[in-house]
Design a protein around this ligand. Structure first.
Ligand SMILES: [Zn+2]
Length: 323
């Protein structure tokens, strides 16, 4: 069996970075279609402006955006800079997984195992990038990505050298550290949940992949970065706006309530009261609503990439101060 030593690093980069860019391109389709409940496989890419199918040569990651100067060839509709950004992130993810995880393996590692490690962590990274952008735009974290990603974490635990029990307990703890204080606690104290279950399912994913340390890092690392980002955005722009999709959804529900009568109206009002996103945000820095999911996803990705080299020793130092 050939080993990692038989493959020059430049060869693996040349092969896997375009692979990453192409998956970044697919991720754009997923981010656009998954929250709308559309198939992510069919039809082929269409222009969001006019619906015409996009020719393959206009769908080359990053390059097409630059050549077309950010406008669709068919109708001139502006293309969101999110498209080249997510494509670039796909490529960077491939570089990061190779550099930080694959090339850290012993050179005697079989190439099959090395590629397996690459694919497993690359899949995790793609899932987290998708969750980040979907939550930013729609304030939802689809179960197919959070629970689906957690299932991959459990199934691959042994292959990745993580004890299955560690993975299972991590998942349970990951769910509990958000569900108990923020959802159940908030419900008991204030009558409605403070954070969505989507956030709890995302820390469940972190725990399923990396045990309790991963879940704890996702929550605290995510909270620190969310706080810093909120302060910076607030300092620069003076306010934080909700995503358009959330405002539209709330308006649609309020309109439905206004038109409904009797039991139907009661049911809709109940739906409004139970969903924190359906309440208009109050003003003031402490009351601002920002999605937490992107920061949980970011911290989980940081843990995946940096734990072996950096975070692991920080945890050891915290747990065994005498060392
Ligand atoms: Zn078009």
């Amino acid at each position: 069996m050939p080993s990692l030593a038989d493959f020059p690093q430049t060869f693996l980069f040349a092969f896997l970075v375009p692979f990453g860019l192409a998956w970044g391109s697919f991720l754009n389709v997923l981010i656009h279609r998954l929250p709308r409940g559309e198939s992510v496989v069919r039809p082929a890419s269409r222009c969001p402006g006019c619906g015409k199918s996009i020719r393959p040569y206009d769908n080359v990651p990053i390059l097409s955006y630059l050549i077309l100067r950010g406008r669709a060839r068919c109708c001139g509709a502006p293309i969101s800079p999110r498209y080249p950004l997510v494509e670039l992130l796909g490529g960077l993810l491939a570089v990061a997984v190779l550099e930080l995880l694959v090339f850290e393996l012993p050179l005697s590692t079989s190439i099959a195992r090395a590629l397996g490690i690459f694919l497993v962590y690359f899949t995790l990274g793609l899932t987290l990038i998708a969750l980040c952008f979907i939550d930013l735009e729609y304030m939802i974290l689809p179960d197919s990505l959070t629970l689906g990603g957690a299932a991959i974490g459990l199934v691959t635990a042994h292959f990745r050298g993580v004890d299955f029990q560690t993975s299972l307990l991590g998942a349970a703890l990951g769910f509990a550290i958000i569900f108990l204080p923020f959802d159940l606690g908030h419900r008991l104290l204030r009558g409605y949940p403070g954070m969505g279950l989507g956030d709890a399912k995302l820390t469940l994913l972190a725990g399923a992949w990396f045990g309790w340390r991963g879940a704890v890092f996702a929550l605290f690392g995510g909270a620190v970065q969310a706080t810093l980002t909120t302060l910076i955005v607030y300092a620069v722009r003076g306010r934080i706006e909700e995503p358009d999709a959330v405002v539209r959804e709330r308006e649609a529900l309020l309109k439905q309530i206004a038109q409904a009568e009797g039991d139907e109206r009661v049911a809709l009002e109940r739906e409004r009261d139970l969903d924190p996103v359906m309440q208009a945000p109050e003003s003031g820095l402490g009351k601002m609503r920002i999605p937490f999911g992107p920061f949980l996803a970011l911290a989980t990705l940081e843990y995946a990439l940096f734990e072996p080299a950096l975070l692991g020793s920080v945890f050891e130092a915290l747990l065994n101060p005498s060392l």
